[in-house]
Design a binder for this molecule. Structure first.
Ligand code: GLU
Length: 355
């Protein structure tokens, strides 16, 4: 991680070879007076991948691909990492949350932050930051589906939108936001729904939080669950996240997989159940094994949306926690954080109800 800071004005010469951005777009990166200061913290992903598997674009380089950013924000950039999202470690997640908290703590004049991330696991990192960044100032996560240099690369447009949202005072207090395709999603609800399409990030039946339109950024709703400043999760002093595994129910799923997870050190489990009926099916004996060993088990649904009620979960035994409406990936993020504070199933159930 580097704290290196760079204002957005970079030499055009360094980009001639890229042939990606129009000269007009680059010229517009000059900063308008009195616009808010927003910092890009780049972690990598397709937004910074050159087509053809070549070297990767730096934070400063992708900033140059967001035409006209200077109209909305005084853009700064730092390189936190430059890897695919799936290569980011959980230790890096902790350090990234720490870095964002440090930026906001030390820099009262910073209006917000934009984090670039690969799309494949972006929804997990975004929800982790939603629960661990302790500031009301906006953190906006963006990425791209098409790598730089391919026709229709949308990274610059998404980055520009990210800066516009992060610079907006109206974005404060709404938790971590994911901005793609001119749409604003809550980190809690957004999921990647397609491996390739540009419209992959969706919030299902929750719907958009807002849009980034040509004239202005518009919000339609607020997240009501606890996040950021109202979150109880404080990573100060947390150096590692506990192992939490996700196991999927499917017809005939062998319960020895659940036992294997427990025996190999899982401190918590999320089971992606078939529906809202938390019987566990063929996994039930393994779930019982985990609970007897004192391992909190959260029941989520594999359906992609819908809610597991605490009353349904408790039918399978004390210690089974209902993940409420969190999809399994997000339930795992919350359970990892919950386990940094408690092992009590009732306390963890409270957290699943509140976050
Ligand atoms: N889509 C990949 C990810 O989620 C990015 C691949 C890359 O960065 O080269 O991180």
């Amino acid at each position: 991680m580097s704290g290196r800071s760079t204002r957005s004005a970079l030499s055009l010469a360094s980009f001639a070879a890229l042939a990606l951005a129009s000269a007009a777009g680059l010229a517009q990166t000059r900063t308008a007076p009195e616009v808010p200061r927003v910092r890009l913290v780049a972690t990598g992903g397709t937004i910074s991948a050159r087509g053809g598997g070549g070297s990767r674009l730096s934070a400063e380089e992708i900033l140059q691909l967001a035409p006209g950013v200077g109209r909305y924000a005084q853009a700064e950039a730092e390189q936190f990492a430059n890897v695919a999202s799936t290569a980011l470690t959980l230790d890096q997640w902790i350090r990234l949350a720490g870095r964002l908290n440090e930026l906001f703590d030390r820099d009262a004049g910073l209006a917000g932050a934009v984090v670039t991330c690969g799309t494949d696991s972006l929804e997990e990192l975004a929800y982790f930051l939603h629960l661990t960044v302790r500031s009301s100032r906006p953190v906006v996560v963006v990425g791209a589906m098409r790598s730089a240099g391919t026709p229709g690369y949308e990274g610059g447009a998404n980055l520009l939108d990210g800066f516009r949202v992060a610079a907006q005072p109206e974005s404060r207090g709404r938790g971590v936001l994911v901005v793609f395709n001119d749409e604003i999603h809550s980190a809690r609800e957004v999921t990647k729904t397609d491996a390739l399409r540009l419209q992959t990030f969706q919030s299902g039946s929750y719907g958009l939080m807002g849009v980034v339109d040509p004239d202005r950024v518009v919000f339609f709703r607020d997240p009501l669950k606890r996040h950021t400043v109202t979150s109880e999760f404080d990573l100060t002093g947390v150096s590692a996240l506990p192992r939490v595994d996700i196991l999927l129910f499917y017809q005939g799923a062998p319960d020895d997989l659940v036992r294997a997870a427990v025996d190999n050190g899982a401190r918590g489990l999320v089971i992606a159940m078939a529906g809202a009926d938390v019987t566990g099916g063929s996994l039930a004996p393994g779930i019982g094994y985990a609970i007897r060993k004192g391992i909190p088990v959260a029941a989520a649904t594999r359906t992609g949306s819908g809610r597991i009620a605490p009353a349904s979960a408790s039918r399978l035994g004390e210690g089974l926690v209902a993940a409420e409406d969190l999809v399994p990936l997000k339930a795992r993020v919350l359970l990892m954080l919950a386990l940094t504070k408690t092992r009590s199933a009732s306390e963890i159930q409270r957290m699943f109800t509140e976050y």
